[in-house]
Design a protein. Structure first.
Length: 244
């Protein structure tokens, strides 16, 4: 490893350490309350929501893959990839802020449209980041990895711990993974963003709240994605024939 890679290694270790710490009391109590609410929702509603989110995400994955350029045959240095990734984060944060402000200004009706729009922005962002770090999103296992990065960013403690373990051991785990647990995927995501996005539906302050919330959510996803892919690059989990 060169000096920059050693610095990144330390940053990734620190990132993993932070993810391994349990959330604060307020977040844990909020999760318990959301779990109770989910338990009151009829099973048919859960099934409908799960299928809706699954369909929405898979459609977004297909569209994002179509519009994402393939990674270069030769991988640039890790430092160059990190610089490009930060540029992508900045661009997508601005896009998410504009989207959040626009839907937030419209009150409840447009606020409801924020969910699929923001989900699309997040998925497209993850495809772009995967390409930056030299991973081919045409491969099924790479699209599955993207979903795990998404889940790592937007989940409660137990699911986050399990997902981090999967990502840390991806080269081994990918051989046995077939698909996502879509029920868990949609519930964890909805529960995570509920508190951040609820005030966006309030007329008068929705635009400001929407812009701030989306900016923070994309920033958090950006940090998660960068470090997840840095981890794979440092551990040598890159495409055959790639070099850096």
């Amino acid at each position: 490893m060169n000096d920059y890679e050693l610095q990144v290694y330390d940053e990734v270790v620190d990132w993993k350490r932070k993810l391994s710490v349990r959330s604060g009391l307020f977040n844990r109590l909020s999760k318990k309350a959301q779990t109770k609410v989910n338990g009151l929702i009829p099973e048919k509603v859960h099934q409908t929501l799960t299928e809706a989110i699954k369909g929405m995400v898979k459609a977004t994955l297909a569209g994002s893959n179509f519009t994402t350029k393939k990674p270069a045959d030769l991988r640039p240095s890790l430092q160059a990839m990190d610089e490009e990734a930060r540029k992508k984060i900045n661009v997508f944060q601005k896009t998410a802020m504009i989207e959040g402000a626009g839907t937030g200004a419209g009150g409840i009706l447009l606020g409801l449209a924020d969910f699929p729009l923001l989900l699309t922005i997040k998925m497209k962002f993850l495809f772009e980041i995967a390409s930056v770090y030299g991973f081919n999103t045409e491969e099924y296992e790479e699209r599955l990895f993207i979903l795990h990065v998404f889940q790592l960013a937007f989940s409660s403690d137990e699911t986050r711990f399990e997902t981090l373990d999967t990502i840390e051991n991806w080269e081994e785990r990918k051989r046995t993974l077939v698909d996502m647990d879509w029920r868990e995927f949609q519930q964890e995501y909805r529960d995570y963003i509920d508190l951040a996005k609820m005030l966006q539906l309030v007329p008068g302050i929705g635009a400001v709240v929407g812009a701030i919330a989306n900016n923070k959510l994309l920033g958090h996803l950006g940090e998660t994605a960068m470090n997840a892919y840095r981890l794979r690059v440092l551990e040598g989990g890159h495409n055959p024939g790639a070099d850096y």
